[in-house]
Design a binder for this molecule. Structure first.
Ligand SMILES: [Zn+2]
Ligand SMILES: [Zn+2]
Length: 239
């Protein structure tokens, strides 16, 4: 299957990533990615840019060398109600937001608290993806989260970087397998994210592919493979 889209990518603006936007774009063009989303870390993560960085993204062209460029942000979930660190006045100028739990921004809570945090973030109309919901440091009720994913049209991410054997996230293989089996059971779509922090990882979904194969996960439930699914998730005719 052709992978059309990669929406989880970081530039040097994130503080702990190593490529410029131009390097990301040229790599994406070379790898035939059709739609590239730039989703730098939001201000609450140490090293993240000022909020002005996101407000000014309108200066970046929408299409470059045939590549469609989407402007996004990986926001930080800040509390167990699911509040995030980027306000609506900025989010409405962007194409999408990812919402993620990051240890420097929120201490792990109980299973119930972490689940509430994720579902609360899903209720934010600008949030389209939950980033790496695969980390046992934040135990969560996957049954409830998969149901909420369908209800709010917010995709759960299968994160390629989390699945690296040297990842610092915990229990990822088991958690991602649980998410895939519940999504298959309830016919809920997932999205692959490379979570690239260097240009060479753009469109690298090797780990996502083996885990979906292992789970016998149907291709039609992978958003990255389908133009219609991408447009439906983003609620916009992207391409
Ligand atoms: Zn990062
Ligand atoms: Zn993240």
């Amino acid at each position: 299957m052709e992978i059309l889209i990669d929406l989880h990518n970081h530039t040097v603006a994130s503080g702990h990533a190593y490529s410029s936007m131009e390097e990301l774009i040229s790599r994406a063009v070379k790898k035939n990615v059709r739609v590239l989303g730039i989703s730098d870390h939001a201000p609450a993560l140490p090293g993240g840019p000022n909020i002005f960085h996101f407000g000014n993204l309108f200066v970046v062209p929408r299409e470059i060398d045939g590549l469609i460029l989407l402007k996004g942000v990986e926001t930080n979930i800040m509390d167990f109600e699911g509040n995030i660190d980027v306000p609506a006045r900025i989010l409405k100028r962007l194409d999408y937001a990812i919402a993620s739990l990051h240890p420097p921004c929120i201490e792990p809570g109980t299973k119930e608290e972490n689940t509430n945090a994720i579902i609360g973030a899903m209720k934010n109309p600008f949030v389209k993806i939950i980033g790496h919901p695969d980390d046992s440091r934040y135990p969560m009720d996957y049954e409830a989260i998969v149901q909420a994913s369908k209800l709010y049209n917010v995709a759960l991410e299968i994160n390629n970087t989390s699945l690296r054997p040297d990842s610092y996230r915990v229990g990822v293989h088991e958690n991602a397998a649980t998410i895939l089996s519940l999504c298959k059971k309830y016919k809920v779509k997932v999205i692959f994210g490379s979570d690239s922090h260097v240009s060479y990882d753009i469109g690298n979904f090797s780990n996502c592919i083996w885990i979906t194969e292992e789970a016998n996960f149907p291709d039609e439930l992978v958003i990255n493979y389908s133009k219609d699914a991408i447009n439906e998730l983003l609620d916009e005719e992207i391409f």
